[in-house]
Design a protein around this ligand. Structure first.
Ligand code: SF4
Ligand code: SF4
Length: 439
């Protein structure tokens, strides 16, 4: 794709601003009607999806040039996809989110990126992960769990591992998240699942894609796909929503180009849900807790199945643009919403209370689109808004299913506690942590 491929979208954008809100039929109150953290925080139209399309159009038509403000507009956005869902309520074939991503890739190719990016991508290139930590530290979370390991070199060097547990970088390296990934592995073990972990696990490289470093993404994806193929991996299960989205939505194109197959991709909540419904997991211990569930953007509205499209733009009647064949319509409807909720409902004693903005209308945790690293204040503000919303439900705990969300919320709750704000007493859990407590 190229920026020009989104020119028709930029021209067809009616400047209606619907993308700033959650779909109107899902609005329950004025307090939680907004959907776009970027425009709410920056308070300027250019920081909405429609504003970004206009900015792109202006560049394409040579009416403006890339300066620091344009870089800020392109990257100070979580790529959360709320705009994409809202826009498609009334516009069937516009792709504002894909357009913003292409905008970023174009600027990146010109060397125009936020100040934090060169160090981050340098870490991936030199250390194999964005944190820049030694790869050897990655397997620390598995200590004492007795998990089967994928042999070096895959199936050629050891037994095939049809199910691979991919922890993801943040869960692997961050000691504050260790208990969460360990709980996920314990739950799958308790359910009798035969799986292995990869002691040489590599980054999914999804963040590189969203930063606009597409070659780094593709190289990392291809290496993972080749390793999985050599090891006979049939299913990859991950507790990280971003890894899940990367494997499910981004890897198929790389796989097709390389003649490789993408294994079945499951989030740990989906695998646990399967085990529960098959009777392999029987939660019996009571966990007396009222909780509200936060849908990670990459598991919810962006967790839909990938659909290949190899069509073209066609102009009819000299003006109307259509796509032949029609483009796939990603509008969030097919995201993973029920599995985490069904797991929570299966735990005795858990009371689930929904936030006003949930499922495809969920407010982002703040971390997406590398905002956590590039714009820490915006990231913290967005997470703070979400923990306040969670607190407003009356729930004792905010539960999620992604390392980035859980990390951000823990920090936002700590900040609220320091200020003496009501959200300061919220507990933060991963869905499978609560399930593990009930076994
Ligand atoms: S991107 Fe879609 S929702 Fe936003 S202003 Fe344009 S047409 Fe309206
Ligand atoms: S992706 Fe999210 S933050 Fe970015 S423009 Fe869309 S709604 Fe706003």
């Amino acid at each position: 794709m190229a920026l020009e491929d989104f020119k028709a979208d930029a021209l067809r954008c009616t400047r209606c601003s619907y993308c700033k809100w959650i779909p109107f039929d899902l609005v329950k109150s004025h307090d939680y009607a907004k959907g776009c953290p970027s425009v709410d925080y920056n308070k300027f139209h250019s920081y909405s999806a429609g504003g970004r399309l206009i900015t792109m159009l202006s560049l394409m038509q040579g009416r403006s040039e890339v300066d620091d403000d344009v870089v800020d507009i392109a990257f100070k956005c979580q790529l959360c996809g709320n705009c994409d869902v809202a826009c498609k309520v009334c516009r069937y074939d516009m792709e504002p989110l894909a357009g913003i991503k292409e905008f970023r890739r174009t600027l990146n190719e010109q060397g125009k990126v936020p100040a934090a990016f060169p160090k981050l991508i340098g870490n991936l290139r030199s250390a194999g992960n964005f944190a820049g930590l030694p790869q050897a530290a990655r397997r620390g979370w598995t200590e004492g769990l007795g998990l089967k390991e994928l042999a070096p070199g895959g199936a050629a060097a050891g037994a095939a591992a049809p199910v691979l547990f991919h922890a993801g970088c943040r869960y692997s390296f961050d000691p504050t998240l260790r208990s969460k990934v360990q709980a996920a592995a314990k739950v799958l073990t308790a359910g009798g699942l035969d799986f292995a972990v990869d002691p040489a696990e590599a980054c999914c490289t999804g963040k590189a894609y969203d930063m606009g470093y597409r070659d780094d993404f593709a190289a990392g994806a291809k290496a993972n796909l080749e390793k999985w193929a050599a090891a006979g991996v049939k299913t990859v299960v991950t507790p990280c929503a971003t890894c899940f989205w990367t494997f499910k939505r981004l890897y198929p194109e790389v796989a097709a180009a390389a003649g490789l197959e993408v294994p079945e991709i499951l989030h740990t909540t989906q695998m646990a849900d399967r085990l529960l419904k098959a009777g392999a997991l029987r939660p019996a211990r009571r966990v007396s807790l009222s909780v509200t569930y936060h849908d990670p953007c990459h598991l919810g509205r962006q967790g839909e199945d990938y659909e290949a499209w190899d069509g073209k733009e066609v102009k009819i009647y000299g003006q109307a643009v259509v796509y032949d064949p029609p483009r796939p319509r990603y509008n969030g409807a097919g995201g993973v919403y029920d599995a985490p909720r069904d797991v929570l409902k299966a735990i005795p004693g858990i009371e689930l209370i929904e936030m006003e903005r949930s499922r495809e209308a969920a407010w982002c945790c703040g971390a997406g689109g590398n905002v956590r690293e590039a714009y820490p204040e915006f990231n913290a503000w967005t997470a703070g808004v979400r923990v306040e919303e969670a607190k407003s439900t009356g729930a004792e705990a905010l539960v999620s299913a992604c390392s980035g969300c859980e990390k951000n919320f823990a920090e936002a709750v700590a900040a609220a506690a320091a200020e003496g704000a009501p959200a300061g007493d919220l507990k933060i859990y991963d869905v499978l942590e609560l399930l593990e407590q009930s076994l």
